[in-house]
Design a binder for this molecule. Sequence first.
Ligand code: ADP
Ligand code: MG
Length: 368
Amino acid sequence: MPLQRLAVNSLRNLNAVDIHLSNRINLFYGQNGSGKTSVLEAVSVLGLGRSFRSHKLKPLISTEDDHFTVFGAVHESDLLRKVGVMRSRSGDSLFKLDGEPVSTASALAECLPVQVINAQTFQLLEGSPKQRRQFIDWLVFHVEPEFLSAWKGLQRCLKHRNSLLRRDRIAAAELAPWDLELCLLAEKIDSLRESRIQQFLSVFETLVAEFIALDDLKLSYQRGWDRDTPLQEVLAETIERDSRQGFTYAGPHRADLRIMVGKQLAADVLSRGQQKLLVCALRIAQGYVFSQQTQRSCVFLIDDLPAELDSDFQSIMARWLLKMDCQVLITGVDRDTLESVWAEHPTVNRKVFHVEHGRVVVADGENT
Ligand SMILES: Nc1ncnc2c1ncn2[C@@H]1O[C@H](COP(=O)(O)OP(=O)(O)O)[C@@H](O)[C@H]1O
Ligand SMILES: [Mg+2]
């Protein structure tokens, strides 16, 4: 489901942008401050209903205008679907799909799923377990319809249980129904995560092994409580500590993806470049499993790739992306640096755009 056309008005410094994209590789070059990241933001507004830089739409509105509009035409099978987003300074926002208003951004995500790789994404290995849980759950959420309600149920349950734990005296009878529900939801969430992660790991391992040698790299899913003990027993054993601390320690809200090289955490032993490449591989593998499971493909938005990865690593990344057969939008300051990586693959459909002072035009000598 590639994005065929993108039109943007008054989003940050972008104005009167109207471009036709390649269904494979799109390269955007231009000086710092020219509007490259804003182009990717515009696409993420179409796909997520928000920008990856900000949860609010308002900062995106050009200081010169009182609203922005983003329009996209998305190829889906033989159809061309029209997606539009408008946000005004007075607070109105409008999401449209095929000319009809839709109430939630999730309808947009159905039409244009996006995966973002930028400087924040690279925090995955050294960041908090929460980031890795979100990473796992992106896939589970997109492919398991039951996951969202189980996850919401878990949050509700933890909230009640934790507020009971904070009381001076806890009546076991009061805690029991929450523990029971917590355990049921925990099992559900754990089994949904477990099965998706197993699929993900097999794709990831093949992808990594094909292009880089990271000996002894091992990813393992930690479910958030002891693997061999039912949660009910763990809760009973830890009740004193939980009530002292006022929160539930064990459970699926503590799950993590442990990424090790030998006996050490990958974040402690890999170079920055290797870590970034590994994060790219994780994201790309996730996009691949998503496509396999849903028969839909993601659009990859990769911000300032040359600044993040050296040219050898960019070449590896390019080969992964080509294997995925998906649409990619990549930004960078220098045209030659950005293009050199793709020169090894001359037959791949590619378009180059120049971004300058908020305008985006097809660059000369494009390869289509
Ligand atoms: N709401 C806004 N209105 C107008 N200009 C903005 C707004 N927000 C950011 N800008 C400007 O838009 C420009 C584009 O930024 P950005 O897309 O990050 O550039 P690049 O990625 O090419 O370095 C910057 O010069 C920034 O100052
Ligand atoms: Mg930028």
